[in-house]
Design a protein around this ligand. Structure first.
Ligand code: HXC
Length: 290
């Protein structure tokens, strides 16, 4: 939460220490992110582009980077000018996993107490669609973050893997849970038990990536996809995302019931009315997001 100046001043009058603490909180919450870059992309600037930017450590996902990423996604989710989000790294790496240097000295009690990596799941709370545009290494926590996105586009040089077994641990943010749902048990087991990587085409064949592009084109193609998604009603886009995601959480009969109820509820929206009217009148619909 960002505190306004008058409230800060009032508190400063009460205790110096509390005000200093609050000022630090304000600074932290208003500081520009250091480890990610955020920009508006696409012709209408309605696609938010987030670039993971910690190149010297191959975009290792340290606490600061993850804090910046989750806070940014939360902001973009509230921003009406944003229709879709693209998450990428650079041409060498999407992300080489959680920061091993940061984890190396930790023991069970603190890692349990701080609920290490629980915050990562905030990515999945984003209601707007997120497209991961993956070049290069997409390993461990990097692969898990990509799988938290809604669609993965891979550059030809992309490599996906869950190498945690090689460093004496196991995946901790979905590698043993989301990966089998994408690629099936046999491929997921092989990846997690050996730590070996699959390439972009293998990822596409297995259903992890939806498309493969030349490495120089993948971000552009992801932005174009974001633009096509953003042409639709923002309300309905969010409903589709929620409903498809429900397929991974529910039995088929509960999921079908959930979908049907959501479908029924679209008949309470202006955009459903407009969409069908525009079709009948042979014109382009004007969405209101209502
Ligand atoms: C911290 C990392 C890192 C990581 C690379 N670096 N990966 N630092 N955490 N995950 C750093 C290196 O230490 C090195 O720093 C610099 O990045 C370049 O890496 P190199 O190894 O020199 O590059 P290269 O030889 O090209 O090899 C690339 C690589 C290799 C194959 C990706 O770096 C690698 O195997 N990285 C670890 C991959 C991994 O095990 N990921 C899973 C992490 S565990 P210096 O300072 O020496 O230049 C995980 C658990 C998730 O993700 C759980 C979620 C809760």
């Amino acid at each position: 939460m960002i505190f306004g100046a008058p409230r800060l001043a009032a508190l400063a009058g009460r205790t110096c220490h509390a005000a200093r603490h609050l000022q630090q909180a304000v600074n932290a919450s208003t500081q520009a992110p250091q480890m990610i870059k955020v920009s508006a992309a696409g012709e209408k600037k309605n696609v938010a582009l987030i670039e993971l930017h910690r190149p010297k450590a191959l975009n290792a996902l340290c606490a600061q980077l993850m804090d910046e990423l989750t806070a940014t996604l939360k902001q973009l989710d509230q921003d009406k000018s944003v229709g879709a989000i693209v998450l990428t790294g650079n041409e060498r790496v999407f992300a080489a996993g959680a920061d091993i240097a940061e984890m190396e000295g930790k023991t069970f009690a603190p890692i349990f107490a701080e609920r290490f990596a629980q915050k990562w799941m905030d990515i999945t709370k984003t209601r707007k669609p997120i497209i991961a545009a993956v070049n290069g290494f997409c390993l461990g926590g990097g692969c898990e973050v990509a799988m938290m996105c809604d669609i993965i586009y891979a550059g030809e040089n992309a490599h996906f893997g869950q190498p945690e077994i090689k460093i004496g641990t196991i995946p901790g943010a979905g590698g043993t849970q989301r990966l089998p749902r994408f690629v099936g048990k046999s491929v997921a087991m092989e990846m997690c038990l050996t730590g070996e990587r699959i390439n972009a085409y293998e990822a596409q064949q297995a259903g992890l990536a939806s498309k493969v592009f030349p490495s120089t084109k993948v971000v552009l193609e992801a932005i174009k996809l974001g633009e096509r998604i953003a042409e639709n009603s923002p309300l309905l886009v969010q409903m589709v995302k929620e409903s498809v995601n429900a397929a991974y959480e529910m039995t088929l009969s509960s999921g079908l019931q959930f979908e049907r109820r959501l479908f029924h509820s679209t008949f309470a929206t202006k955009d459903r009315k407009e969409g069908m009217k525009a079709f009948v009148e042979k014109r382009v619909p004007q969405w209101k997001g209502e």
